[in-house]
Design a protein around this ligand. Structure first.
Ligand SMILES: Cc1cc2nc3c(=O)[nH]c(=O)nc-3n(C[C@H](O)[C@H](O)[C@H](O)COP(=O)(O)OP(=O)(O)OC[C@H]3O[C@@H](n4cnc5c(N)ncnc54)[C@H](O)[C@@H]3O)c2cc1C
Length: 392
């Protein structure tokens, strides 16, 4: 095998791409990461990092990466249509308290890219990949500047509007009619140790997270038609704030606050792998941001792929595709039940009475609400979560 076979192109410097570049460079691969933006930009995101995602940093040899930079959160407050609030704390794991984080994504992504650079990756900011061409020994990448680069293995980590997925012919047209509206609003969290979610009964939901910069990270996901009917983004935000008992008082919303939007909020692919090419993070498909698990998916898929490629190198194998198939199988298995649960939740969200009943049942004991959030946050598989919820 020549060293060229191990030369890797990572397209996209978000959490998936940066984490993968870090893990692979550290293991001795030659990695070039292409990021379209000149500098890391703030993205439409609730910036809540689940406990299961934070563990991936520990496993990657970065134990203090999060605690040194961001405030920890202990759970989530769920506000349901009948006005009830369910407090769900992350369950203890192996006798230790478990927490997530309220991130600042610019800080996180810059730090991850720095770690990747220090591990030996070449980070090329302001380099947008425009198209791809299959070569005998890998891929030719054509950059927007006209420059051409050849690499042996291609990793698409370029998010929900993935050019790599499109060029590989893996992108599916399926999209939900939902739009996300995102902004930072001055105001107070009910309790900064908790993230918050509001459900409205018409399928819309709203997430709040303490932002380290002192504002509240606000994201609203609703049907794009609903936003149009409410006279656009500002009208939609005002409409959903007005429906919530205490939100209007706690958030100093005004129409001059800049709103960012993204559409569609999901991304579907027919497969995550091709010959010497693979998709990770949102590029490989994201059902919906409801469960706040997109960052977990990004980091987990980066870590799972890196583990397979490192194994290939250690075993002296040349069969890149065999290891990519292993990655695809593991990913499918790991997220199968969670994806089904997400589909179920989308259905439930449009049924306010069912949402109220479920919240009443779950909030009856701390064990049930803990089991629910443990299942949602990948702390244990849905089968274990359901057993804990139903039988204690
Ligand atoms: C409203 C909303 C709220 C959310 N809230 C949460 C939350 O609270 N917690 C959570 O865990 N997840 C949340 N998510 C999901 C989360 O934001 C994503 O899952 C996560 O950003 C995926 O990371 P990624 O690295 O795969 O992609 P991205 O973060 O999208 O990064 C992709 C990168 O690729 C670059 N790129 C794109 N095209 C090219 C190209 N052609 N060439 C080079 N570079 C390119 C982009 O500039 C970008 O930097 C939310 C999503 C939405 C829509």
């Amino acid at each position: 095998m020549t060293s060229e076979d191990f030369e890797i192109a990572v397209v996209g410097g978000g959490p998936a791409g940066a984490f993968c570049a870090y893990l692979l460079s550290r293991a001795g691969f030659s990695v070039v990461l292409y990021e379209a933006a000149q500098t890391i930009q703030r993205k439409v995101c609730g910036e809540y990092l689940s406990p299961s995602a934070s563990r991936l940093f520990e496993d990657a040899g970065l134990p203090d990466f999060l605690s040194d930079r961001f405030p920890a959160i202990e759970g989530i407050l769920f506000h349901v249509p009948d006005g009830r609030t369910m407090e769900a704390r992350f369950p203890e794991q192996e006798g230790r308290p478990c927490h997530g984080y309220a991130l600042d994504r610019v800080v996180m992504e810059e730090a991850l890219l720095k770690a990747a650079r220090e591990a030996g990756a070449e980070i090329r900011m302001g380099c947008k990949v425009r198209s791809l061409r299959r070569e005998a020994k890998g891929w030719e990448l054509l950059l927007e500047t006209g420059e051409k680069n050849n690499r042996g293995i291609l990793i698409g980590a370029d998010g929900r509007h993935s050019v790599v997925a499109k060029e590989l012919g893996l992108r599916l047209k399926y999209a939900t009619p939902r739009i996300a509206l995102h902004c930072f609003i001055p105001g107070q969290m009910r309790d900064a140790r908790f993230g918050e979610m509001y459900f409205y009964g018409d399928g819309a939901f709203l997430g709040l997270n303490a932002s380290p910069a002192g504002h509240i990270n606000f994201s609203l996901v609703c049907e794009a038609d609903q936003a149009k009917k409410k006279n656009g983004a500002k009208g939609a935000i005002a409409h959903y704030l007005d429906q919530s008992h205490d939100l209007r008082d706690r958030l100093a919303w005004n129409e001059s606050i800049p709103i960012h939007s993204t559409y569609p909020v999901n991304h579907s692919v027919s497969n995550f792998i091709d010959h010497r090419a693979v998709l990770i993070g949102d590029a490989g498909g994201l059902y919906d941001p409801l469960t706040g698990e997109g960052l977990y998916l990004a980091l987990w898929s980066a870590s799972c792929l890196a583990t397979q490629l490192i194994r290939m190198k250690e075993e002296g194998s040349e069969e890149v595709d065999v290891y990519l198939k292993k990655y695809a199988r593991l990913k499918t298995r790991h997220f199968r039940w969670k994806n089904r649960l997400s589909v179920f939740f989308q259905w439930v969200l449009k049924r306010p009475k069912t949402v109220n009943r479920i919240a009443k049942y779950l909030s009856a004991t701390p064990q049930r609400s803990e089991a629910f959030i443990g299942m949602m946050g990948h702390l244990y598989p849905p089968s274990t979560g359901l057993r804990k919820i139903l039988f204690g």
